[in-house]
Ligand binder design. Structure first.
Ligand code: PLP
Length: 400
């Protein structure tokens, strides 16, 4: 009998780690590597937020707080939901955790029994299936291909629901595809869910503010008020305010679920960092100009990357509505051989060859449950992106 638990054997190490490790090795050998795999904004946290954190330290806000968030941060979150989403929540319906990640984890652990099913549209954020498995549930993956704009359709949702379905995880805008659901597309899904009262929705809205071309963000609890008592709306400050390292995320849900999540948190991590909470409060209550500024930068970069990739033979890159990722298809390259002689059998072979032969690090689509694709994070400088796209084009032109 091994020392490590059986539970651990059921999950896999993050598929992106091998790629990041190899990129670091090549960089250490002096190679010029462009990393396009990071899932975080490349900006610094705005100075008003940093100042609020420093002031919180000086004011002595350095002790334990209430387990799932200070009352004042919870009030700021309620105001955010009211102001930005037209959602009316009480502080007792709010949970603050160490990143949105902990909110998701707590919710799944607090609700799943062995054999309960969780519908996860693919391509998905890498952590969803493993979180479900760790919590004892069964991920039900529904592929949402490029032809559907990487979005779950009402028909596909209906077909995936069984009496054991407990959650649907809906991430809009999506990591890794950047696809976002508009009001009507969400309504089509919530109409299905109204017919299946056993199913709850976990809405991962972490990329809410990164939407382009005037796209109007919508979220299930707002689109279908009749469903609000079985929705957990998850959000956070990581992506909206360039605060990934501060580790503050939050969720809004019916009080009974929020209480259960707080109980779990009280026996694991207790409160998220007190200083992070004060910084998050400043982010939500303070000036919001940063959001529009970063959105404009990301939209420009998205356009640069999409245009450049669509110039590469064998690549088809749809234009995403949001986040800071593109998820191009490489169907046109499968079966070919790179200039250096690597067979492009699948998207993993493509990503490895791209790294070894051109020094561009991307993440292969199989990691996100939908092939043959790859993900680029364009949260890096225009100069790096221009150079990366030029290298990818040369690579594709060399394939035959
Ligand atoms: C889709 C998605 N959800 C949730 C998270 C978690 O963000 P955090 O834990 O930083 O709030 C991430 C981070 O990469 C993400 O991409």
């Amino acid at each position: 009998m091994g020392f490590l638990s059986d539970r651990l054997a059921r999950i896999k190490p993050s598929p992106t780690i091998a790629m990041t490790t190899r990129a670091a090795e090549l960089r250490a050998q002096g190679q010029d590597i462009i990393g396009l795999s990071a899932g975080e904004p490349d900006f610094d946290t705005p100075s008003t937020i940093r100042d609020a954190a420093k002031a919180a330290i000086d004011a002595g806000h350095t002790r334990y707080t209430a387990v799932d968030g200070t009352p004042s941060l919870k009030r700021a979150i309620c105001e955010k939901f009211s102001r930005e989403n037209g959602l009316d929540y009480k502080p007792s319906e709010i949970s603050v955790g160490t990143g949105g990640k902990q909110i998701l984890f707590n919710a799944l652990l607090a609700t799943l029994n062995e054999g309960d099913e969780v519908i996860i549209p693919a391509p998905y954020w890498v952590s969803y299936p493993d979180m479900v498995i760790l919590a004892g549930g069964t991920p039900v993956i529904v592929e949402c291909g490029i032809e559907d704009g990487f979005r779950l359709t009402a028909e596909a949702l209906e077909a995936a629901i069984t009496p054991r379905t407990k959650w649907l995880i809906l991430n809009s805008p999506s990591n890794p595809s950047g696809a976002a659901y508009d009001h009507d597309q969400i309504k089509a899904l919530t109409d299905v869910l109204l017919r299946h009262p056993q199913v709850w929705v976990l809405a991962d809205d972490i990329y809410e503010h990164l939407v382009f071309d005037g796209f109007e963000f919508a979220t299930p609890a707002q689109v279908e008020p009749k469903l609000k008592d079985r929705v957990l709306t998850m959000n956070g400050v990581s992506k909206a305010y360039a605060m990934t390292g501060w580790r503050i995320g939050y969720g809004a849900a019916p009080e009974a679920l929020i209480k259960a999540m707080a109980m779990l948190q009280s026996q694991s991590t207790s409160n998220p960092s007190s200083i992070g909470q004060y910084a998050a409060e400043a982010a939500l209550n303070g000036p919001q100009d940063y959001i529009a500024e970063s959105r404009a930068v990301f939209q420009r970069r998205r356009d640069l990357v999409v245009a450049g990739l669509n110039d590469c033979p064998g690549i088809d890159c749809p234009t995403p509505q949001g986040a800071f990722y593109v998820y191009p298809s490489i169907r046109g390259l499968i079966g070919k051989t790179s200039a250096a002689g690597t067979a492009i059998a699948d998207d993993e072979a493509f990503a490895n060859a791209l790294l070894e032969e051109t020094g561009v690090a991307v993440v292969f689509g199989a990691a996100f449950g939908l092939s043959p694709h790859f993900r680029i994070s364009y949260a890096t400088s225009d100069a790096q992106l221009t150079e990366a796209v030029a290298r990818i084009r040369r690579f594709c032109e060399g394939c035959n």
